[in-house]
Design a protein around this ligand. Sequence first.
Ligand code: PLP
Length: 358
Amino acid sequence: MTLRTATAVIDLNALTNNFRLIQSLSPNSKVLAVLKANGYGHGLERIAKALPDADAFGVARIDEALALRAAGIVKPIVLLEGFFAKEDIDVLAIHNLQTIVHNSEQLAAIVDAAVKKPLKVWLKIDTGMHRLGINPGQLSDFYNALSQSNNVQQAIVLMSHLGCADEKDNPVTPKQLALFKELTADKALEKSLANSAGVLAWPESHYDWVRPGLMLYGVSPLASGVSVNGIAPVMTLQSSLIAVRDIAAGEAVGYGGAWVSEKSTTIGVIAIGYGDGYPRHAPNGTPVLVNGRRVPLIGRVSMDMITVDLGCDSHEQIGDIATLWGKGLPVEEVAEFATTIPYELLCNITRRVHIQLA
Ligand SMILES: *Cc1c(COP(=O)(O)O)cnc(C)c1O
């Protein structure tokens, strides 16, 4: 008897195809593939090595960038939140990492540093999301300081980030697009604005560099689970049935007896739980695929197990494969049941989940 435990099956061909679709949608742009949070749970180095045609990689933490360098990745790497400490500036120079600058502390640290080599800088402007970025009124000061500094490689890249691009009718995005265009029109520099939703829904946002994350992994970045033709999920999360049990009407299942059967039925116990990254708050009725058949989750999600209602006519057996999301069951749909977003489900996959290449 060999039962499969929680396994993320990673389909690198799907990744390649998703990447090509992004290229074909934004044919005049270079692609900065976003690999933060362990490649959205798919494995940082694995994904980097499977994207030989990416023009650059984007990460959120310097440790992620250093892990890529240690794995032999030589492509440009951009720190999407910039550096967090003055001491990091030497690390950037030594490891040839590019940094975003979004505040005056970072600007001063760069201008005042004794750098070993000029740094490549992306200047981030806040065009309306109001998270990171300099205010539009600060642009000329920052631009002048960076373009006059010997510590900075010329030319810099101008960028901003879209806050609502996943909603096609949201009026915030046209405003952000117009402001970015106006602020950067007189500068013959490379520019970057689009995340995955920008690539798909806002061609005006493409500029010189697109920065897709979620879409690379074959998941729709559009709101309300609007699906995207031509992408396929890279991760399929699976496990197996480790028990199949007949339950009489009125019996409670799992912690807290939170689910009670209305009629006699057969339940399946699947070896996956929140300890693997399956969301604990997934409610009764969240779909699970067992032998390709949709069955509802019942009862509370445990650390190592979940239970599903297989129905009274089921023929499932111990060892049969269950798919929690991926091919045949979009993670977008599971996220909606769990009142979260696919990003969170993917990057919450824990270390004990086995990785298997498709
Ligand atoms: C995460 C991130 C992206 C990618 O966003 P997706 O929605 O996953 O495509 C792009 N740009 C920046 C600055 C980011 O932080």
